[in-house]
Design a protein around this ligand. Structure first.
Ligand code: ZN
Length: 237
């Protein structure tokens, strides 16, 4: 079914991925939802979650755009989604102490530009990447970091996290159960000690995944200054 939908996307006239209006890729109203300023997400009950930043609410057209990019291979959407993510990342970087560029321990290797803040995407599972044919979050983060650098803010992307083990599907679990499900889910595979880090993902739901990602990075010595997403689910508590 997914293949059929993807093929139809290719052969039918382009429609807005958000609302289905006749438009190439995204209509103006849907694009405007992703062009809003970054703001702090609802206060989260998840312990250890660094300040979360987002641009949009994960519902309606925004949800449709994110799903079309992730699940239906509408890869052109990586650009508007990545530009939205860039705003969240920039907001997260602006809240911490300024980067003096002096670096942290000259012996660190593995991530370009010692002292430059690192943007770490939440990794997708290998199965999800295989099924979708691409890694949506990595693709968006790549666009976001290019945009941030273009505007003169120093940052690099590093795929510093990897899934350590298989985790149960988070859907349908309570916030507390999500946290338990995720403990030890990620391992750090790049040198992040002493570096300012922003963790990035497409959507924040309970915050459990981002909190666990931040926990793993902090355990490896990173200074996680915030988490950045494109959209947040409507507050449920
Ligand atoms: Zn639209």
């Amino acid at each position: 079914m997914r293949l059929l939908e993807t093929l139809l996307d290719l052969v039918l006239p382009q429609r807005c991925a958000g609302c289905g209006a006749r438009a190439s890729s995204l209509c103006h109203p849907c694009a405007a939802r992703l062009a809003a300023a970054a703001h702090r997400v609802w206060p989260s009950p998840v312990r250890g979650l660094p300040t979360p930043w987002t641009v949009a609410t994960y519902e309606g057209p925004v949800r449709a755009v994110i799903v079309a990019h992730k699940e239906r291979g509408r890869l052109a959407l990586a650009r508007p989604l990545g530009l939205a993510l860039a705003k969240s990342i920039r907001a997260a970087l602006n809240t911490g102490p300024p980067d003096d560029g002096a670096g942290v321990g000259g012996s660190q290797r593995g991530v370009e530009g010692v002292g430059v803040p690192i943007v770490v995407p939440v990794p997708s599972s290998a199965e999800a990447v295989r099924e979708r044919g691409h890694d949506a979050t990595r693709r968006m983060v790549a666009v976001a970091v290019r945009e941030i650098r273009r505007t003169g803010v120093r940052a690099v992307r590093a795929d510093a996290l990897r899934h350590r083990r298989r985790v149960a599907d988070q859907a349908g679990l309570s916030a507390a159960a999500r946290t338990v499900n995720l403990v030890g889910a990620f391992e750090v595979v790049a040198r992040v000690a002493g570096r300012r880090v922003v963790v990035a993902d497409d959507v924040i739901t309970s915050g459990a995944t981002l909190a666990e990602a931040a926990r793993a990075l902090r355990a490896a010595g990173a200074d996680v200054v915030g988490v950045a997403t494109v959209a947040a689910t409507p507050r449920r508590w």
